[in-house]
Ligand binder design. Structure first.
Ligand code: B16
Ligand code: MG
Length: 210
């Protein structure tokens, strides 16, 4: 494989606790029930789709698009305050070392994330220079399982989809990789997903695949 495309949240870093805290604050203020089980359904899902999932528990009057946009903005403000506390210590040595070794072997590395905060996160954890390209929520119009984010990552790298392998923690991300015509590796939540071409428990196992 010429290129590895990594999902960010749940693969390189773990920001679901911050997503939870930020959505929880917004939901509490509006009296909407929200818990960790609902939060698990937000993995890999875009911000707008996440809000719709949270609003399944909302019993008030219908909300306008403008109000929903304000709710997302408020959530994102809280989320970014929490992200701002991240440091290079939020990335394991295993992840850092594996990325370095894959690059030394000549693989191109990209991020393929639904998040519009991907650049900010990479900066906070000191990984901006570890990747050759970043495809994220800012350059797509359709979210996973649509293949757009990975197709764009392959284009940014100048690598044919057949020579790209996607590393994902979300089922929708594995489906998106397939739809892009790329191979896939399931890790974390997706390590049990039978549609993944490879399933791994630890990040370092990527060195046995590449
Ligand atoms: P933002 P990934 C995803 O990141 C998260 O898993 C998901 O929970 C979040 O809603 C989405 O990014 C959008 O994030 O609000 O920062 O734009 O797993 O695709 O790296
Ligand atoms: Mg993810």
């Amino acid at each position: 494989m010429k290129a590895f495309i990594f999902d960010l949240d749940g693969v390189i870093v773990f920001t679901d606790k911050f997503h939870y805290q930020a959505w929880k604050k917004m939901a509490d203020e509006l009296g909407i029930y929200f818990d960790e089980t609902i939060n698990n359904r937000l993995r890999g899902v875009s911000r707008a789709e996440s809000l719709e999932i949270i609003l399944e528990k909302y019993e008030g009057e219908p909300l306008s698009g403008e109000i929903k946009a304000q709710m997302m903005e408020q959530k994102n403000r809280t989320y970014r305050e929490l992200l701002a506390t991240m440091t290079p210590d939020d990335v394991t040595e295993e992840v850092r070392e594996t990325l370095k070794r894959l690059r030394e072997r000549g693989h191109k590395l990209a991020i393929g994330s639904s998040s519009k905060n991907a650049g900010f996160i990479l900066d906070k954890v000191g990984l901006t220079d570890a990747f050759d390209a970043v495809s994220d929520g800012n350059n797509i119009t359709r979210s996973k399982p649509d293949p757009e984010v990975f197709v764009k990552a392959g284009e940014f790298l100048g690598v044919n989809p057949k020579e790209c392998i996607v590393v994902e923690d979300a089922y929708a991300g594995i489906d998106a990789a397939k739809a892009a015509g790329m191979a896939s590796v399931g890790i974390g939540d997706a390590s049990g997903y039978e549609k993944a071409d490879y399933r791994i428990e630890t990040f370092g196992e990527l060195l046995d695949i590449g």
